[in-house]
Design a binder for this molecule. Structure first.
Ligand SMILES: [Zn+2]
Length: 271
């Protein structure tokens, strides 16, 4: 392959290796012109202006960035650290800078995404008891808490329950049986509550109380683990033994268990 200086029209032999280096940029050893050897490539030996300037052999062309001290002493190679190469270096710097700013952008985006994820996790952790009332949360994130041994007690709306009918019979003065119908008056489904029954004496003062789980008051045909849909009702049958003859009445409350084993009840000052 040959290339030819566009200025002085001197021809040079050129190899693919030389062209690869410096992207084909070379400096003409004859006139000092820097040109792109790729633009003037020919397979045939180009026409020379005057045989004199060519000499007996065609000089080999070397890439512009190559140093001349590697045994090649001909005047053809002039290591160029001039404007052209600087431009090359600059453009290299630029693409490096572009890479860096791309990397920066990626790390900024990654940082923002991580931050948003942390905020979401934090929000979910702080409101996990409220979120746990949503099946989609309970069935997904709730599982994670269960696996971690920190099950979330959903903050169900205990005030959603209404006592619709309550009847109590003291039979044979040893047992009290209470029939009560409770309705879910809230906007969402609710699990069966705990029922707190409190016995009162004839001065309406409490003399004892008992907390019943759903499976203790529900008829056997109802699954205590199911949720009660809004507007639905259920019947509770509560039978407790009377340890004292002083009990003349009773009061009912509904409660949900909180995470720390405390209760949240519908009637706050319930005794
Ligand atoms: Zn030239």
């Amino acid at each position: 392959m040959y290339t030819q200086c566009p200025d002085c029209e001197i021809a040079f032999k050129v190899t693919a290796d030389v062209l690869k280096q410096a992207a084909g940029k070379v400096r003409c050893g004859s006139c000092g012109n820097v040109f792109n050897a790729l633009l003037y490539l020919t397979e045939q030996m180009p026409k020379q202006p005057t045989p004199k300037t060519v000499g007996a052999d065609l000089s080999e062309l070397r890439p512009e960035i190559t140093n001349a001290d590697d045994g090649f002493t001909s005047t053809i190679i002039i290591p160029e650290k001039g404007a052209e190469e600087k431009a090359l270096e600059d453009s290299g710097d630029k693409s490096q800078n572009a890479d860096e700013s791309d990397n920066n952008r990626i790390s900024i985006i990654a940082g923002v995404v991580a931050l948003v994820l942390i905020l979401i996790v934090q929000f979910m952790h702080q409101s996990r008891e409220a979120l746990a009332t949503i099946p989609a949360f309970s069935n997904t994130v709730g599982q994670v808490y269960r696996v971690l041994g920190r099950p979330v007690q959903p903050s169900w709306d205990i005030t959603g329950w209404r006592f619709e009918i309550t009847k109590g019979n003291i039979e044979d003065e040893e047992a009290l049986t209470v029939y009560s119908r409770l309705g879910n008056n809230s906007d969402g489904p609710l699990p069966y509550p705990l029922i707190n029954i409190s016995l009162t004496d004839r001065f309406k003062e409490p003399i004892g109380s008992q907390i019943l789980d759903p499976n203790e008051y529900l008829p056997t045909n109802l699954d205590p683990r199911k949720l009660v849909k809004p507007g639905n009702t259920f019947n509770a049958v509560i039978t407790i033994k009377l340890a004292t003859e002083d009990a003349t009445g009773f009061k009912l409350n509904v409660c949900y268990r909180l995470s720390d084993r405390r209760l949240r009840c519908a009637i706050d000052d319930f005794k």
